[in-house]
Design a protein around this ligand. Structure first.
Ligand SMILES: Cc1cc2nc3c(=O)[nH]c(=O)nc-3n(C[C@H](O)[C@H](O)[C@H](O)COP(=O)(O)OP(=O)(O)OC[C@H]3O[C@@H](n4cnc5c(N)ncnc54)[C@H](O)[C@@H]3O)c2cc1C
Length: 343
């Protein structure tokens, strides 16, 4: 991979802008593939639920899942880093933006692949998949109603809700590796764990996922979906910009907790007295302590500093170092400060 569009070494000097000729050549190649859907210096904030962060050097929204492999190959050929974005509901984009090509997966198809399984393209939203199955009297996914984001993002992070992991429903996943080759990964090889899946380690991109479904009665499934939505409305600050839970819950191996303290990141943050703590426009939600909300005008650097201050306060009080659930896209310094902005 060439260094044409990558940022310079962390914190030493501003990254060297790519030569104009290289930018033009990349634009020509990318435009040949994506036509008018290609955008240069495209703001990403409004494509995320945190509503903050800078621009992508290049952004394309895919119209078909098959475009993913083509995007990977062309980016490789140009030496451009490639980042995939789904619903943008679990990411914090750096104020300096994201170098290279950002591929935003949108839409896609859902189909019944065999008795008892449903396949959805990565760009399908989880909510659309829930509606699709519920309408057809297919059970299993109804409790995932209200989960923001796409099938691809949910599989990558093994989305969890109310003690369930979405990976438990997955039977197989179609992925594209970083060379652009496609393969089918059976569930047993997906490495699903809490907040974990194989693709986080391999860098593979999810193209589709197949889910196990059962039989059900549409009205009963709809009622279960509504109960999940109502629970979310009661417990989460849904009207405000956020990326959902910022930290993973501590795992048993993370060490003992004081008696009576639950293994919940939100509970630890709350008991450390951090609800309402603020940096700029970023605030620890008074409704759900594991949510940081952007009250308007928060910079990504504000959010990141607030995250680090919560991590430090919980570690000092309870001896537990919380891990990130939110994914950082673009250039952040360890410890929360950002590297200097790229041009
Ligand atoms: C109000 C609110 C409530 C939430 N509730 C929950 C909840 O109950 N449970 C839960 O688990 N999460 C929850 N979240 C977080 C978020 O919705 C999930 O993590 C979701 O699965 C992210 O999907 P996405 O498409 O938005 O991914 P994005 O935010 O777009 O991306 C997240 C990561 O996945 C990668 N990615 C995206 N698509 C692909 C792909 N096709 N292949 C490979 N990698 C990919 C991205 O590069 C990035 O690293 C909540 C968020 C909000 C804002």
């Amino acid at each position: 991979m060439t260094a044409a569009f990558t940022a310079g070494p962390p914190g030493l000097r501003p990254p060297v802008p790519p030569p104009a000729a290289a930018v033009d050549a990349a634009g020509v190649r990318l435009a040949a593939l994506f036509g008018g859907r290609l955008r240069r210096r495209a703001p990403l904030a409004d494509l995320t639920t945190f509503r903050t962060g800078g621009a992508a050097d290049w952004l394309v929204e895919t119209a078909r899942a098959s475009e993913l492999a083509a995007a990977i190959r062309v980016a490789n050929g140009l030496g451009l880093p490639l980042t995939v974005l789904g619903g943008g509901s679990n990411v914090l984009v750096a104020d300096a933006g994201v170098r290279g090509l950002v591929v935003r997966l949108r839409h896609g198809t859902i189909s019944r692949t065999a008795a008892g399984t449903v396949r959805a393209d990565a760009g399908v939203t989880v909510n659309h998949l829930v509606r699709w199955t519920v309408q057809r009297g297919l059970s299993g996914l109804e409790r995932w109603a209200g989960t923001p984001g796409t099938v691809g993002g949910a599989v990558r992070g093994n989305a969890h809700f109310d003690g369930r992991l979405i990976g438990d429903l997955v039977t197989a996943v179609g992925v594209v590796d970083r060379a652009g080759s496609e393969l089918v990964v059976p569930r047993a090889s997906m490495g699903f764990g809490y907040d974990e899946s194989r693709v986080q380690h391999t860098g593979e991109l999810v193209r589709w996922a197949e889910f196990r479904v059962g039989g059900g009665e549409a009205a009963a499934l709809r009622a279960a979906a509504r109960r999940s939505l109502a629970f979310r409305k009661r417990t989460q600050p849904l009207g405000q910009a956020s990326a959902g839970c910022v930290f993973q819950n501590p795992r048993p191996g993370d060490g003992p907790l004081p008696d009576g303290v639950p293994r919940s990141a939100g509970a630890l943050i709350e008991r450390a007295g951090l609800k309402g703590r603020r940096v700029g426009g970023a605030v620890v939600s008074p409704r759900h302590a594991n949510f940081i909300v952007n009250e308007g005008g928060a910079r990504a650097a504000d959010v990141r500093r607030l995250i680090e201050s919560c991590r430090t306060a919980v570690a000092e009080r309870f001896g537990v170092v919380l891990r990130d659930e939110v994914v950082y896209l673009g250039e952040f310094e360890a410890g929360g400060a950002e590297r200097r902005a790229a041009p």
